[in-house]
Design a protein around this ligand. Structure first.
Ligand SMILES: [Zn+2]
Length: 366
């Protein structure tokens, strides 16, 4: 059965910083920038933010330091800080491409499409012919034109966009189901996103064309929830399952930022789906495959249909184990620690009361 979701979270960090030799003390902005760049590479975003912030305090006119700090803040889920850092970098140097690209992404992922377009248009003026910026701008403009033709159904915590008036009934039902999932999942995690979440409904074909996701994806989350409406989703149960799953990703992003291992994120979303734990047990019972959790920290996008099924099932099983070892609130605290910049293994040990290595060995034997 192909009914999984994909986190559109694969980000590539550009090489921002020219490293020059001879940096001696940690009060040297060049040394601090090098430390920050190394921390970004290792995905230690708390350390990176600290180094770049310190470097920028010493060398306040260097846009690369602001961009490094912005990138670290973005990965920690601190979008307002990230925006301020990128804007500062662009004020210092409007031609600074890295900052424009990330600022556009901050706006886009927060659902501010027009602002994202403005940032990229300004960047293109500074660097005419920059093909990546041009291509992305083209996609966003297409999306804006689709949006201008789309309708919206609103609930207290969700805004659902849909294409034609014929879908209004379905959109209204999606809002209603999302509101009920909001309270069910919010209660399970004792966490309730305060800002409204945008949900975009697509036809199956639009979803493939627009999101370019692997064929096994049933929905996606990138700051907004994207759901292709298929026949199956006309059944309330399946609609609840998919929407609930995607809503968990929104809660995880709010609590843990963007550096949450994918297995933890998907595992939590799957186990909190109605019937998710049972389905995962069934998949695991039918196979001996137990990929190491360490290999499931990054995106599942490259996996085959069969491997993806096992990856989701094992992720759900691992999260179930964490909850059994401690509690759902221990998992929430772990997520919050990640957003503060704590390394995953340390945070895992502290909150779950078991070394991450030992936990992985245990899961591999389950
Ligand atoms: Zn998912």
């Amino acid at each position: 059965m192909t009914r999984r979701c994909l986190l559109a979270c694969s980000l590539v960090f550009p090489l921002l910083f020219a490293t020059s030799a001879g940096a001696q003390s940690t009060r040297d902005p060049v040394a601090l920038a090098k430390e920050g760049a190394a921390a970004l590479d290792d995905r230690r975003f708390g350390d990176a933010l600290e180094s770049f912030t310190a470097a920028s305090a010493i060398a306040p006119r260097d846009p690369s330091l602001c961009t490094g700090a912005g990138l670290a803040a973005f990965m920690l889920g601190r979008d307002t800080d990230a925006q301020a850092w990128f804007e500062k970098a662009l004020k210092l140097n409007p031609r600074y491409r890295g900052a424009s690209e990330w600022l556009g992404q901050v706006h886009y992922r927060a659902g501010r499409l027009n602002e994202a377009i403005e940032v990229y248009e300004a960047a293109l003026k500074q660097a005419p012919g920059a093909s990546e910026i041009e291509a992305q701008l083209g996609e966003w403009k297409k999306e804006a034109s689709r949006q201008s033709r789309s309708y919206e159904a609103r609930g207290a915590h969700f805004a659902v966009r849909f294409e034609g008036p014929g879908d209004e009934l379905l959109a209204r039902r999606a809002v209603e189901r999302l509101e009920s999932e909001y309270w069910r999942i919010g209660q399970a995690l004792t966490a309730y996103p305060p800002n409204p979440i945008t949900v975009v409904l697509y036809t199956q074909q639009q979803f493939r064309d627009i999101t370019r996701m692997p064929s096994w994806t049933a929905a996606a989350y990138d700051g907004r929830i994207h759901v292709p409406m298929r026949g199956a989703l006309e059944q309330t149960q399946e609609l609840d399952r998919v929407l609930g799953h995607e809503f968990v990703h929104a809660v995880v992003a709010m609590l843990g930022g963007r550096n949450v291992p994918v297995w933890l994120n998907e595992g939590l979303a799957t186990i909190l789906e109605r019937g998710g734990a049972e389905e995962s047990d069934r998949v695991l019972a039918a196979t001996r495959a137990r990929p190491a959790l360490q290999l499931l920290h990054g995106s599942f996008a490259g996996l085959s249909d069969a491997d993806a099924q096992v990856a989701y099932a094992l992720s759900a099983h691992a999260v179930g184990r964490m909850i059994a070892l401690r509690s759902p609130s221990a998992v929430v605290t772990l997520l919050q620690d990640l957003a503060r910049g704590t390394a995953f293994a340390a945070s895992f040990h502290q909150n779950i009361g078991m070394r991450y290595d030992d936990f992985q060995t245990m899961i591999a034997r389950d």
